[in-house]
Design a protein around this ligand. Sequence first.
Ligand code: PLP
Length: 379
Amino acid sequence: MIYLDYAAATPVRREVKEAMEPYFEDFAGNASSIHAYGRKARSAIHEARRELSLFVGCSSDEIVFTSGGTESIHAAIFGAWLAQQQKRHIVTTAIEHHAVLHTLTLLEELGVEVTVVETDSRGQVSTDDVLRAIRSDTLLVSVMSVNNELGTIEPIGELVRAVKNAHPKVLFHSDMVQALPAKRIDLRDVPVDFASFSAHKVHGPKGVGALFIRKGTPWRSTLRGGSQERERRAGTENVPAIVGFGAAVKWLDANWEDHETVIRSRSRQLREGLLLVPGVSLNSPTDGAPHITNVRFIGVRADRLLMRLDLEGIAVSAGSACTAGSLEPSHVLMACGFDEVSVRESVRFSVGDRTTEAEIQETLTTVARVVSQLRNVVP
Ligand code: PLP
């Protein structure tokens, strides 16, 4: 099997699994308990928080652990609105993950107005367009750092600084879920108020993430109950998963150069090879996140290609929900102005630091053969 869907999920590293292991059985205490088991769990969470805050450049009390990217995004946007409900306008972009767009739909039902800024044909957001969309009652701007389907890297630092210079009270959230494996993040240089992260994109476990909330940002928790996470996220902490997230970013921090070098090299090999297949065009920007390569195979339906590749033991994705053979056209590609036919012929390959040269080579050979067969057989 060749796995080329790292943007969807990454395998848990051995080091991460080993770090998590004791917290399932030996140290299975509740982190709120005062006995030794509880203290052990609490100190493990403390350590994971420290690892993540060091990795992204913030102080550890600005990190709230959550159940993943979706919850972090929801908490950031909804919690910002809860704290300042008199402000009734939010700005976002058309290429955000559904976690952002659907949270905003919910807020629209509650009377919030949302302005969706368009992007260029590669998913790049313009700072001027964002500034133009801001009104006197704008609460928040939410722009992702790296797009999950195309790999487009948004100019987040420049964008946040421009927004803050012109409108110091407007809050800024960035979905950094795909940025975590793609680029070094330093929240001291990028003055966002909120940033959302997820562990399973960086070889941590699924179902755990984090929300960065800059100190002093007006925000209210939406998940109430116990006083966990300093009353910012109620509920017994998923200790093994949080420990795994900490171990995953610790590994990444220590091995960043190797991680980046391997991904860049595999991505180059993949792109160069794919572009040699007749009738292929690159949808991703050439300067995007190296782990994501989105291409169109002209005349070949992506759902058919995906199924054929799956039978050949190669896992890729269309970058959007694919259920029972029917493919929802990607809202990201549609927003970039691709027509529906080209969207339905587009496939996302995403590599990781475990991807080997031989796997890419085999993928290229198989893709060329299957694409040619599908073009010949299927009208
Ligand atoms: N944002 C982006 C850009 C993503 O790629 C994903 C996951 O695919 C999410 C948010 C949601 O994260 P999670 O799966 O941890 O809820």
